[in-house]
Design a protein. Structure first.
Length: 498
């Protein structure tokens, strides 16, 4: 079924292209599914990767034309999936370049095959050399020896190709990942070779001309936790979203001007849309707008975290606990804990008051703190503000002390976890390990509990759960407010009545 053409260069090039086109024949059928989320899953995990084996078996310049044909199709499909019914989206070359980056680098994980085809080829050749050496050493096979010798014997072209990949992969790293020709056997995996190439690509893309807001957004999209929802397989209710919502989530992730918001001139809160693009790309309703549903996005994260403690770790956590400041007169009104984790489940033996906060890296105040240059700066600031309030409460409590320690959990609107929040996450993983490890299992499928094939461990399952709950709620509330703020079209019934 797979396999690669073998022969003269022109023949190989032509055959590679034919094979790619053949593999793509079914790609245009995915639209029949009529569900954006499922279509995206198929695009990402099937269509986007079909020519991978050709990249591994053929030299980059030979497979290039075929890859180009492949890209055109994947891009067309993404443009269709990211647009809601009746809309048309045209991605700029930059948008498309971002979409191809891995999720951890801020992309949609659609693979940049032209960028990494050299690395794929070298990883495969390294494996061939390794196998040939092994067979020759263990059996004395001369055929295997010949195969291994092919790489060394006056093979200038291969040496040049290797040097090219090595330059891309190694950069000026002190411990180069990609070996030189004599050490070909130690060639790492394709995944390992691709990582620094993608990381460099992201750096280059961040340097391109864009607004400070967009740069802050893109920078945040590549931080831990951001975009984990893209890995969700919609097989469980918690990972499913409505088709139109998913399309908007993709638009938001790519930082596009939302198709539906193009006509919005002002928000119900009174803010004028011409003053910034925040309304057009939906960010105005994420944290800035006083009218929008900021609370709901916050609560979505809170509820998942609460369920994580209760259901999976069997910790009797509580939500929105009142009365923690029993020494203060207005106790009932203070709710310092979104989720209260009891002392028995906390590292220091004191109850933890988890306090979720979602902050926007593209807001004016975040940009003033350099959120477009320093990753997770907005989250760090939000954490600091929460801790300052806590300090004042501690001082007010005096000798009596407070019966809890405050743990702010700061997220950015991209879903990125602040650095301090990541420390909390590590402590959760430790707790999980201590509680569940006696079973000796880490596969959720084997344990017989809710899972999908991309969410089969505690880490992936809950990272995806938190991320999806937040991103979905955020997109839904943005859509709602875009709808509310649409200018009245045509006949205005209310005015006619008066
Ligand atoms: Zn507003």
């Amino acid at each position: 079924m797979l396999g690669a053409p073998f022969g003269e260069e022109d023949f190989e090039r032509e055959q590679a292209e034919i094979r790619v086109l053949k593999l793509l024949k079914n790609a245009t059928c995915i639209k029949r599914i009529q569900d954006r989320q499922l279509e995206f899953v198929l695009l990402r995990y099937c269509v986007a990767t079909v020519p991978m084996h050709l990249c591994r078996l053929m030299e980059p310049h030979i497979v290039a034309q075929g890859l180009h044909r492949h890209e055109v199709v994947v891009k067309e499909q993404l443009q269709r999936i990211a647009a809601d019914a009746g809309q048309q989206i045209v991605l700029s070359p930059q948008d498309w370049a971002w979409a191809k980056l891995p999720v951890r680098e801020g992309g949609l994980g659609l693979q940049d095959l032209p960028l990494i085809s050299g690395a794929a080829y070298m990883a495969a050749m390294g494996a061939v050399a390794r196998q040939a050496s092994k067979v020759h050493h263990s059996t004395g096979s001369t055929a295997a020896q010949k195969v291994r010798a092919w790489f060394d014997d006056n093979n200038d072209r291969f040496e040049r190709a290797l040097a090219e990949v090595a330059e891309k992969v190694n950069g000026d790293a002190t411990n180069p990942l990609c070996p030189s020709l004599p050490a070909l056997e130690s060639m790492p995996s394709q995944n390992t070779l691709s990582k620094p190439i993608y990381a460099l690509r992201r750096k280059e893309l961040l340097l391109e001309t864009m607004t400070r807001e967009d740069r802050a957004w893109k920078l945040s999209c590549g931080q831990f936790g951001a975009g984990s929802w893209l890995n969700c397989i919609p097989m469980l209710k918690r990972f499913i979203c409505a088709s139109s919502v998913f399309a908007v989530m993709l638009q938001i992730r790519l930082g596009l001007v939302l198709k539906s918001a193009e006509l919005v001139t002002h928000c119900k809160c009174g803010t004028d849309a011409t003053r910034s693009r925040a309304m057009q790309n939906g960010r105005h309703w994420m944290t800035v707008c006083k009218k929008a549903h900021r609370g709901l996005c916050h609560d979505a994260i809170r509820d998942v975290i609460h369920r994580l403690y209760r259901q999976e770790l069997h910790v009797p956590s509580e939500v929105e606990v009142a009365g923690l400041f029993s020494q203060l007169k207005s106790d009932g009104q203070h709710r310092p804990a979104d989720v209260l984790v009891p002392a028995s489940a906390s590292e220091g033996g004191v109850a933890q008051a988890l306090d979720v906060v979602v902050t926007d890296p593209t807001s004016k105040s975040s940009l003033e703190k350099e959120s477009s240059k320093v990753p997770l700066k907005a989250a760090a600031e939000a954490h600091k503000r929460k801790m300052q309030v806590y300090q004042r409460q501690l001082e007010a409590a005096g000798q009596a002390r407070l019966p809890f320690i405050k743990v702010p959990l700061a997220f950015e609107t991209t879903g990125a976890m602040g650095e301090e929040t990541q420390k909390w996450w590590q402590s959760v993983l430790k707790l999980e390990w201590e509680r569940n490890n006696d079973m000796g299992l880490s596969s959720r499928r084997e344990m017989g509990i809710d899972h999908t094939w991309t969410a089969n461990s505690f880490v992936s399952f809950w990272l995806q759960s938190i991320s999806m709950a937040h991103a979905r709620m955020q997109a839904e509330s943005v859509m709602l407010w875009v709808g509310k703020c649409q200018p009245t079209v045509g006949y205005d019934h209310d005015e006619w009545r008066h």
